[in-house]
Write a protein of this length. Structure first.
Length: 304
């Protein structure tokens, strides 16, 4: 009920954009939604460290999801329909991204470290005090890659809620030619979600303590990335480690997955797939929304 009252869950007004820009926004919005939903349905996810989320709930706190920008694709599908509010860039590109993730049950607050950042952080504080979870691509919107910024730390300080670092490692993926080398999972791959222990920030933390907590967040994310690399390597060698299976599962690759990822031919399949998905998009995306995202229960764990 609370989500329906918040503007962050509604598409923004497009009156400031030209007709051409409006058309592009709508097309890109649907294209990203259809592609993520189609591929996401084929991924088999596993988790490691889910008890860290459970511990936060037991303490009556709300998580601040913290992750790297290049893991957005697989993470968007896995954590869908949780009402997580994300900061999106206050720009033309940010608009269609916001609309796309809103279709997965996310909220979107416009702003970034370069444009409207202070106002966006104030809005995130307000929403968290109302009981809504939030999320940060902590090296976004434009990098440097894998360098955590202080936005999530300041939010944790102001709200008393913990940061939860996580990394989604996918086994097979394409790499986009972007600043973050965005990872686009290949259909029917495996993925493993590594969830680190939460990081709390005291309300009276000074600049030195804020920086220390930023470094702690950085360290936990770096460690999760390393775990992902090790898991992927084990998978490549045919040694699959066990985890809490949530849906179809996958594992992760290193920053240089394969030489084929740099070849133009590597983009042929996703482009053809995108064209096919856009053709059937109206039928596919107007199905009733899913009621909930994957949640691990004690029964799930006991069956592993």
């Amino acid at each position: 009920m609370l989500r329906k009252k918040e503007n962050s869950y509604r598409p923004a007004d497009l009156s400031i954009y030209s007709l051409r820009q409006k058309i592009i926004i709508h097309l890109a919005d649907w294209a990203f939604y259809v592609l993520i939903k189609f591929v996401g349905k084929t991924i088999r996810y596993e988790t490691e460290g889910w008890e860290n989320f459970e511990r936060i709930e037991q303490n009556g706190k709300i998580p601040i999801y913290c992750f790297w920008h290049d893991r957005i694709f697989a993470g968007t599908y896995f954590f869908r329909n949780r009402g997580i509010v994300i900061i999106t860039s206050k720009s033309f590109d940010g608009e269609y991204i916001a609309r796309s993730i809103q279709r997965f049950g996310y909220g979107a607050v416009r702003g970034s470290s370069t444009r409207g950042g202070v106002g966006a952080l104030v809005e995130m504080i307000r929403l968290m005090k109302k009981g809504l979870p939030t999320g940060f691509t902590v090296d976004g919107p434009k990098g440097p890659k894998y360098i955590a910024k202080t936005g999530a730390v300041l939010l944790a300080k102001k709200t008393g809620n913990p940061m939860v670092p996580f990394v989604v490692e996918v086994e097979k993926f394409w790499t986009a030619n972007s600043w973050d080398k965005l990872r686009i999972p290949k259909p029917f791959t495996r993925a493993r979600v590594f969830i680190a222990e939460p990081v709390y920030v005291a309300a009276d933390a000074g600049e030195t303590e804020v920086e220390n907590k930023r470094r702690e967040l950085q360290s936990k994310l770096d460690a999760a990335v390393e775990l992902g690399k090790q898991w992927r390597e084990m998978s490549e060698n045919g040694k699959h480690s066990t985890g809490d299976t949530v849906e179809n599962s996958s594992s992760h690759k290193s920053d240089s997955p394969s030489k084929k990822s740099d070849s133009p031919l590597a983009w042929l399949l996703p482009l053809l797939l995108l064209g096919l998905l856009l053709t059937i998009g109206y039928w596919f995306c107007n199905k009733p929304p899913e009621s909930s995202s994957p949640v691990i229960t004690n029964q799930n764990l006991s069956n592993q």
